[in-house]
Design a binder for this molecule. Sequence first.
Ligand SMILES: *[C@@H]1O[C@H](CO)[C@@H](O)[C@H](O)[C@H]1NC(C)=O
Ligand SMILES: *[C@@H]1O[C@H](CO)[C@@H](O)[C@H](O)[C@H]1NC(C)=O
Length: 394
Amino acid sequence: MIKPSLRAQSVQFMLFITGGAFLIWTLWSIYDTAQNHHRAQRVQNSYSSVRNDTLGFEKVFAINLPSRPDKKDNIILGSSVSGFRVDWIEGVDPGDISPKSFPYNWNHAHLLTEYARRRAHLNAIQRIIEKRLGSAVIMEDDTDWDILIKTQLQNFAVALGGLQGSLNAEPASPYGDNWDILWLGHCGVQCKAQDPSYLTQNDPTVPASRHFLPYLRDKPPIERPENGRLTCTARDIACGSFYAVSYRGAQKILAALSVSPLGLAEDIDIGGQIDVSLGRLCGHGYLQCYATYPAITGKYRAAGVAGKASDVHNGTGEAKGFATWGVMYSVMLNIQRIVTGDTAMRATWQDAPVPEISLSEVKSQEEEMARLREMTVYQGMLSYSANENRREEI
Ligand SMILES: *[C@@H]1O[C@H](CO)[C@@H](O)[C@H](O)[C@H]1NC(C)=O
Ligand SMILES: *[C@@H]1O[C@H](CO)[C@@H](O)[C@H](O)[C@H]1NC(C)=O
């Protein structure tokens, strides 16, 4: 009598254990799925903050000399039709520079206007620290950008999530939390070849390579389809006309380029123009820098005297017509159409794959891209690992 009852008891016990384990497993999977869903939702919401009034950064600063209200007009009107706001950093007039204020290692072979430019950028960086900003864009007032800039930046944020390994995390910034500088406007980048790159495919805003800005660096040695944009860890950069700096980055830059108590300057800064010096700090590994290739933003020159374009170098010669470089659907070239309610936006080049897009199409395209992003946030890692494989082949 004892034996079968014992067996029955142990069967009951086994059933109890198995059932309990199954219940726990089921509850855990439900919990885990819900958690994953919430996490994915939070990551999505974080990418949507890229579309806010300051492009997902805490501020957008533009540098402008009081003597150039014409360029201020461009940026104020352009940002108003693009849905973001800028704060101003006053450009530095070379006449106001005291010789006492130069860093001891400034290379005086450079123009005084180049120093004035460096100082204006450092004033923007000083402001980031002073106001305790998590991050801010610093742009020059001859920047042009694409009417799809917010969508471009969302794709860039996804790429950075892949490169920083924060796709599943919840970073405080939609661009991730492990960067010092993000280069969006430049005229040449060198990527760190040993680090992975991220390829954003089928981007309608990538100009054909024959229309690229004259880049001052060789193209990255990574395969890129004509309508693909690379995001990589930057080793060097030329012309920093539009970039973002994090709070951590701002502190490190001011330490190296101005305060420099520990001989950082001897080690890594050569007392050069702001873009050259920042590029050095990236290459040294002192700053963690990311960049896209091709650049996201470009440049605009209004029609008029040749010297109009730059406040650093005086152009000479005949008056010229307006011109824009580096963006497919230029805000500056389309601005009259936008303010008069025309919804047909023209590409900068007649031979573009899509020479004209309508603003309503842009809206639905953006919704579609947001939907796709929701589906592919995790798949984005694929191009990351595909690139890693390719890197091994190189
Ligand atoms: C935009 O989003 C960023 C990142 O979430 C945030 O720091 C910033 O304050 C937001 N800007 C505005 C104007 O809400
Ligand atoms: C450019 O021209 C302006 C106005 O004529 C002058 O004040 C300035 O010093 C010139 N800058 C350079 C770099 O030659």
